[in-house]
Design a protein around this ligand. Sequence first.
Ligand SMILES: Nc1ccn([C@@H]2O[C@H](COP(=O)(O)OP(=O)(O)OP(=O)(O)O)[C@@H](O)[C@H]2O)c(=O)n1
Ligand SMILES: C[C@](O)(CO)[C@H](O)COP(=O)(O)O
Length: 240
Amino acid sequence: MKRNGAVIVAAGKGSRMGSSESKQYLHLQGKPILVHTLERFQQMPQIEAIVLVTGSEDIGRCVTYVEQYGLTKVVAVAAGGAERQQSVRIGLERLPEGLDVVAVHDGVRPFVTEAKTAECLDKAYEAGGAVLAVPVKDTIKVVDPSGMIDSTPERNSLWAVQTPQAFRLGLLRQAHDKAAQDGFCGTDDAMLVERIGHSVYVVEGDYTNIKITTPDDLLWAERLLEQEQQQGQGEKGERS
Ligand SMILES: Nc1ccn([C@@H]2O[C@H](COP(=O)(O)OP(=O)(O)OP(=O)(O)O)[C@@H](O)[C@H]2O)c(=O)n1
Ligand SMILES: C[C@](O)(CO)[C@H](O)COP(=O)(O)O
């Protein structure tokens, strides 16, 4: 049987949110966004261990959340680095031995689903690496520094990448070591694996798996949570 772990990164400052509190600690329906995310992973039977990476100043409150919300799969709360990539690497070091696959996930993507994560984990086990992504809906332009359009990539081949991003643990550690050695900094983990010449597959995800980045995302998030709760109540009603 394959053994999966997760690294949840939440050591960012949330500068684009512009709030005094880091965005992962803002509340959605009375609970920190990060706790919503952790609870989803806690409930996934496919995940046996979670490493939470946070700011060094936030370790205390994260340990409190782990106890308060019964997040028994969290095996370590670690202090992250200046860039997301460093935070992931620190998280990888703290995973228990013997895992086959790791799912790396943003602490600020609370609408992650078990079904899509499972698809990603299975594909990573089989092929080495798999990430969730959705086809882009807009036409994308490459724009030069003067503001002039340089080119228009063919939309059919463009996907907006999300997390979880799942990899065989040894492969992802190797990719991170190589990036650190070369001084390369990427904006997701797949980039690091791609640059060592390994294929990474895309699993089609959900548009609702948003990353909470700017204040307008909070409005979406509230609405999405309400919608999920209404659906849940509808399903309960059908069963009774
Ligand atoms: N040094 C960092 C930077 C980011 N992250 C995490 O990576 C995820 C995705 O990053 P992003 O949305 O860019 O978060 P921030 O870096 O916090 O936001 P911003 O770029 O607006 O400052 C977040 O859960 C964030 O906490 C991290 O663990 N360590
Ligand atoms: C990993 C990621 O969430 C995929 O969309 C994204 O690349 C994180 O980038 P950010 O610059 O930290 O927002």
